[in-house]
Design a protein around this ligand. Structure first.
Ligand code: C2E
Ligand code: MG
Ligand code: MG
Ligand code: MG
Length: 283
């Protein structure tokens, strides 16, 4: 009967929840080992200026070279790291690998800005700024070669502390980017008082361009606001030429996405600093 079906459905969900918990517990244990044994590495995704196709920097994206399951994406372990208190260590390793790579490029004569994603728990750690500035000093790179990417919700959680932290980093020369912009519930008036250099328009808005006229209006408004606040705008997740042309026409400064370059290991990052097809104007 239906009561029986209902019961088995509960058992099914219960089973699923148990599986998920087991999986998370296993990943947590493996992640501890990964952090001890240095199984994490970085891939770098290029960003390009849309008016001339010049490389404007790269974003460091963490990867886990798992001994048996291959290369894992952050979606498989970042949330777990955040929940079980491993994010601090993970974030320190990411930062240290990012500035070391940046220094290596600098030694080769390539001044390439490297952007690092920062998680909520990392950013709220009172030692965060000091750790960032120490990592820069230790690597021997100018602070201008590092960007940190935070999200709207992180910026809004403790506004006064956020503003103070960003001001300290920015005073040292670090660039500040607001990631995944346009999908949160930001207080724009507060946001405008943060020292931001870059707004990154979320991929979901970029992918809706051309099919949803509201996306056009929103992206146009974001770009207008960003420019009025002297921020540069990066469109995330550009997958088609139409999207690239569209964000360029709306006044976007830079682009990032699979069309222009996927995340790759440092040594696979193409040598030429310019991709002709990243610029609309170039045939
Ligand atoms: P994010 O910071 O917004 O990074 C962009 C994500 O979109 C990356 O996924 C990138 O591979 C993907 N992407 C780039 N271009 C395209 C495109 O054209 N199409 C599609 N479908 N996707 C594209 P990834 O590497 O899986 O990272 C996912 C998220 O994990 C990041 O989103 C970021 O929030 C987080 N993350 C990555 N690395 C780190 C890290 O070192 N520390 C922390 N705290 N978070 C990280
Ligand atoms: Mg990012
Ligand atoms: Mg993003
Ligand atoms: Mg994103």
């Amino acid at each position: 009967g239906s009561k029986q079906a209902g019961k088995s459905r509960y058992q099914f969900f219960d089973q699923q929840a148990r599986q998920a918990l087991l999986e998370a517990t296993r990943i947590e244990a493996e992640l501890r080992t990964a952090l001890e044994q240095g199984q994490l590495c970085l891939h770098f995704q290029p960003k390009f200026q849309l008016h001339d196709g010049q490389l404007s920097g790269v974003e460091a994206l963490v990867r886990w070279q798992h001994p048996t399951r291959g290369l894992l994406l952050p979606g498989a372990f970042i949330d777990i790291a955040e929940r079980c208190g491993l994010m601090g260590e993970l974030g320190r390793q990411v930062l240290s690998m990012a500035v070391a790579q940046c220094a290596q490029w600098q030694a080769q004569g390539r001044l390439l800005n490297v952007a690092v994603n920062v998680s909520p728990s990392q950013f709220s750690d009172p030692h965060f700024c000091t750790e960032v500035l120490e990592a820069i000093a230790q690597a021997g790179i100018p602070a201008e070669l590092l960007s940190i990417e935070i999200t709207e919700s992180m910026a809004m959680t403790d506004f006064a502390a956020t503003a103070a932290r960003l001001a300290r980093l920015r005073a040292a020369g670090v660039m500040i980017a607001l990631d995944d912009f346009g999908i949160g519930f930001s207080n724009l008036s507060q946001l405008s008082r943060l020292p931001l250099d870059i707004l990154k328009v979320d991929r979901s808005l970029v992918s809706a361009l051309g099919t949803d006229h509201r996306a056009d209006a929103i992206v146009r408004a974001i770009i207008g606001m960003a420019h009025a606040l002297s921020c540069r705008v990066i469109a995330e997740g550009i997958e088609t030429e139409a999207q690239r042309d569209h964000v360029r026409a709306l006044g976007c400064d830079c682009g990032q996405g699979f069309l222009l370059g996927r995340p790759v290991p440092a040594d696979a990052l193409a040598a030429p600093a310019t991709r002709r097809d990243a610029a609309v104007a170039v045939a």
